[in-house]
Design a binder for this molecule. Structure first.
Ligand SMILES: Cc1cc2nc3c(=O)[nH]c(=O)nc-3n(C[C@H](O)[C@H](O)[C@H](O)COP(=O)(O)OP(=O)(O)OC[C@H]3O[C@@H](n4cnc5c(N)ncnc54)[C@H](O)[C@@H]3O)c2cc1C
Length: 518
């Protein structure tokens, strides 16, 4: 007999050996000896009440052999001599577009401005230590895109669970831990992501795809509403038939290029704010109702907060328990913060973006003359402001949380994980009122929802500005651009994804659309 069960296991019970077998036997009214095996399908933690419970979904095998776990299989074909599809950008969208092309029997030719994961590390070190941003290789640009040196959280609001599972299984096939198939809030961690990305590269090369690193696309040669060739930064022109544009939300030069060529773009609503950093033990004690250290079986606690303030959402974004704040600028002269964490989430800080919705129609009056690029210009101005107030280097402007809310300059700051360093600055008065004042009200409300969250032991750090693309590149129901028939805007830069998994799924969809009729 095979039975699917939901089990509730308390934290104390979780410490017992064979607890899943014992609980399953009791629930099914069978002998422990008759249970031949248990497969965990899903695991989540419910810490809303003082009694912390692990919720399991399991398949129990009773007097039945347990089937062997099947190796994941993807039908990759030799595409070395197949028709090419050009893919610009090797982030999650570009990687999964390339893998899907190979499954469908087409040869992906990937052009990526940044370096491979190994060489990219030197440029990350230069940002953190020398305050120098290589504009082609940084936390956003390079092999694996913005997803490589990230938290690797794999949450998505996508309802297409089948597609999500396919991406997860493919990540496992390429070396991600199997646990991501089970955890309710899966994540990979920045220490493990580069290897997964490298394995994806190796699959693409093994089956005959091409990947050209340090190859920035700078222009499109267009005739009869079709891209005939793409021009690279070394002047070379590469003839193309179909182009998947997966350059991400930070490729401003691509947005400017499309705008200059009168290729339609649209301003999109997005969000801007700050990153708040607490000592992890404070978040643990709030979420796990404990004082001091969390139980060793519990992961670093996370949170998700949202509040409506004056008609706009203020919400936590990309929360990184046990993580680091990182400098995510893509050019010198700007400061942008984001977060990442290792797989064990064992750093002593918890950070999260706290951002305010910027409505593209209602909030950008002063920027209207920039047309579809108004949000991008607003975002740029705030990043320049953060650069100036941070000390004209990659140090970031910061304030104690309570000082930010009370409108006082901080005389001293708390320790922080942000390597380039913090500079005390009056963020409360520097940020536009539409953002600053909503954030201040939002933080107060969060303090009421999570007692202990509103504390002078936390810093706010500016600015969290690359939450999603401020621009949409329109596309038809066939996923091609309405004017340029062989251009397929893809992933987060096009405005069609918000995170690693949704970008990967959009990459697959664009590959399927791009090969049609070839
Ligand atoms: C620090 C950080 C942490 C994050 N943490 C998470 C997380 O935990 N979970 C999550 O889901 N999301 C996270 N994100 C967001 C996530 O990384 C993005 O949503 C995702 O990477 C978007 O994928 P994409 O392929 O559309 O674009 P990108 O990942 O931005 O990739 C675009 C690629 O295109 C390349 N490119 C740009 N312009 C050109 C050009 N002209 N020529 C050639 N190549 C070009 C870039 O170098 C880049 O590699 C994080 C982002 C950052 C920066």
């Amino acid at each position: 007999m095979v039975k699917d069960l939901q089990l509730r296991i308390t934290l104390q019970e979780e410490k017992q050996a064979d607890i899943l077998i014992k609980k399953s036997a009791a629930q099914l009214g069978v002998s422990i000896r008759d249970i031949t095996g248990i497969k965990v399908l899903r695991k989540s933690i419910d810490a809303r009440k003082k009694l912390i419970v692990f919720n399991y979904k399991v398949t129990v095998y009773i007097k039945e052999p347990v089937p062997e776990t099947q190796a994941y299989h993807f039908d990759y074909k030799d595409v070395s001599k197949a028709k090419p599809i050009h893919i610009i950008g090797f982030g999650p969208a570009g990687m999964y577009a390339a893998l899907r092309c190979i499954e469908l029997g087409f040869k992906p030719i990937v052009l990526e401005r940044g370096k491979n994961v190994q060489d990219r590390r030197h440029d990350l070190k230069a940002i953190n230590q020398d305050h120098y941003v290589n504009e082609d290789s940084n936390y956003c640009f390079g092999e694996g895109g913005a997803g490589t040196y990230s938290d690797g959280k794999l949450y998505t609001r996508s309802l297409k669970r089948g597609d999500v599972r396919r991406i997860f299984e493919n990540l496992v096939f390429h070396g991600a831990p199997e646990q991501i198939l089970v955890d309710a809030h899966p994540h990979i961690g920045t220490n493990k992501l580069p290897k997964v990305v490298q394995n994806i590269r190796e699959t693409i090369l093994k089956y005959g795809g091409e990947i050209h690193f340090e190859t920035r696309v700078v222009d499109f040669i267009i005739k009869n509403n079709t891209i005939q060739a793409i021009q690279l930064q070394n002047g070379e022109e590469m003839p193309v038939e179909r182009v998947i544009l997966a350059t991400g939300h930070s490729a401003r030069d691509i947005f400017y290029l499309l705008h200059k060529k009168n290729i339609a773009l649209e301003a999109k609503s997005f969000a801007i704010g700050v990153r708040v950093e607490h000592p992890q033990h404070i978040i643990d004690s709030i979420q796990y109702h404990c004082s001091g250290k969390r139980d060793a079986l519990l992961p670093a606690a996370a949170y998700s907060l949202v509040e409506q303030v004056n008609d706009r959402g203020v919400y936590s974004f990309c929360m990184c328990p046990g993580g680091f704040i990182v400098p995510a600028a893509t050019a010198n002269g700007e400061v942008v913060v984001n977060g990442m964490s290792p797989s064990k989430r064992n750093n002593v800080f918890a950070n999260s973006g706290i951002v305010v919705e910027i409505n593209a129609i209602k909030d950008l009056f002063k920027y209207e003359h920039f047309g579809s690029l108004k949000g991008l210009e607003y975002q740029k101005d705030l990043e320049k402001l953060a650069f100036t107030s941070g000390g004209r280097c990659q140090s970031a402007p910061a304030q104690r949380l309570t000082d930010f809310v009370e409108g006082k300059l901080s005389l001293s700051l708390n320790p922080s994980s942000y390597q380039p360093g913090l500079n005390a600055a009056p963020l409360h008065s520097l940020l536009p009122k539409a953002i600053g004042s909503r954030l201040r009200q939002g933080f107060k409300a969060f303090g009421s929802k999570m007692k202990g969250y509103y504390t002078d032991e936390a810093n706010v750090v500016g600015v969290e500005s690359r939450t999603s693309s401020p621009v949409t590149i329109p596309r038809t129901e066939h996923l091609s651009h309405p004017q340029i028939t062989n251009l397929f805007p893809c992933g987060e830069g096009g405005g069609y994804a918000g995170g690693i998994v949704s970008a990967a799924m959009d990459g697959e969809r664009c590959a399927e659309a791009a090969i049609k009729g070839l």
